[in-house]
Design a protein around this ligand. Sequence first.
Ligand code: CU
Length: 486
Amino acid sequence: MESQNISRRRFVKRALSAIAVAALPVRSALAQSTIWTRLEWQQFRASPQYASFLDAIRLMRANNNAADPNSWRFWTNIHLNSGLHGVPYFLSWHRGYIHHFEQRLRTVSGNSQLTLPYWDYFKNPNVPAEFTDPSSNNPLYVSRVNTNVYDALTLAPFEPSIVNFQRGTTNAFEVLLEWGPHNPVHNIIGGFMAGMDASMDPIFWLHHANIDRLWHAWALPDGKNMPWYTDPYWSGSFTYAIGMTTQRDRTYHINWMNYHYDNLTRPSTFPPRAEAARMVRVQMQPGRGSRRPAAGNFALAGPRDLGGGKRSLGGARNISLADVSTTVQVPIEAASRQQLQSALGRSAGAAAGAAPYRSVQVAFDSVKMNGAARNGGFYYNVYANLPEDYDAETAQRRNLLGVIGPFEIAAAEHHGGGNISFPATGLLADLAPDARDISISLVRVGGRAVQRGQSVSIGEIRVELSTEEPNQDGKFIPKPASACYC
Ligand SMILES: [Cu+2]
């Protein structure tokens, strides 16, 4: 087993001393603990651990006592009740979560060497065959809508310009990775994966191990602009269950959790689509030109104060989404333009601290799905001010507000109300702060075979000003130059 480690103690010592140390990993037999290597599924299934993995999952799925950590439902309930999505620590929380699960797999299988495999869909977008064999004794099988996630892939988080990490900074990696490929993989696969019970599907764990690997691969070689582990950002802990707690700062680096990945190459190309039958797709082909969806004919909602330091600049009501894409045009009245500019930090008023509004968001109210839509297989990319002709990958970085699909709507329902809100301050400040209208486009991805007709309804889509400060770039303790992230 590879021992490539900087022990925590050594790391701290190095960080505190002013001695410049070459940024090389310490390879030493003196490393305090073993570093376990997580393998890609194709290697993993040929490894001696494969049988233990199947054993553990079979046993856990057969255990119906949800209060027992050895049961499958126990782990789904942790995710259901305390999973962090669309908020800070999305990546950090899941790193701790799957790490605890990996340890449970060892306990249940009795194999202390077992590690969690990952599925690299940038290499092969097909759910591995072992998961799709419906024989009754296959512990990896559950019913799914799609078994190819090509439609969920984007390279946007790995563009060289993406060096920030946390929410509220421009081009934040954590946000981009959640909007793609993380959420789209949930939505496109469908079934359990498209809802809050996602971890009932065994592929969930391989998906999240891959997301975790992509985070580490992105952070290499220097930790990018992640807050240094002594920054208050990392203080506190996650409690997953009784006796199952992880300090946040421990999730800063995978070596501190005693594991590693066999491949830390960042994705740079799309895989072959791999299924000839699915080549019919025309919309949202990554890297290919697309046209902004035509504006729909919606009832307009005028500007109004919303209370609580918020003001609507306007929007549209009663939007019903079928299996097509649409655009909502929000005209910005002359009287509101100055307020918008202030909120985007573009006017003297804002600089002097005189304007009340500091941030902009795009809000979706009362988002609902019909019954069939819940099963997933599709989603919508939500963009602001999409150019008439656009390149999907560029739009992913510049115009993407987020994703709306069964996974996000189920989460919004779970948290009450079905309201979804996307921060838009940085994005609109970059795009067109003086625009006379703001357009919100919903671009449908996937699901041709499954979802015909109306699938999602939205009470109102509006552009909101808020007196809340957006977080800003650079407000964190950076990694000392003498320390290494390796
Ligand atoms: Cu999750």
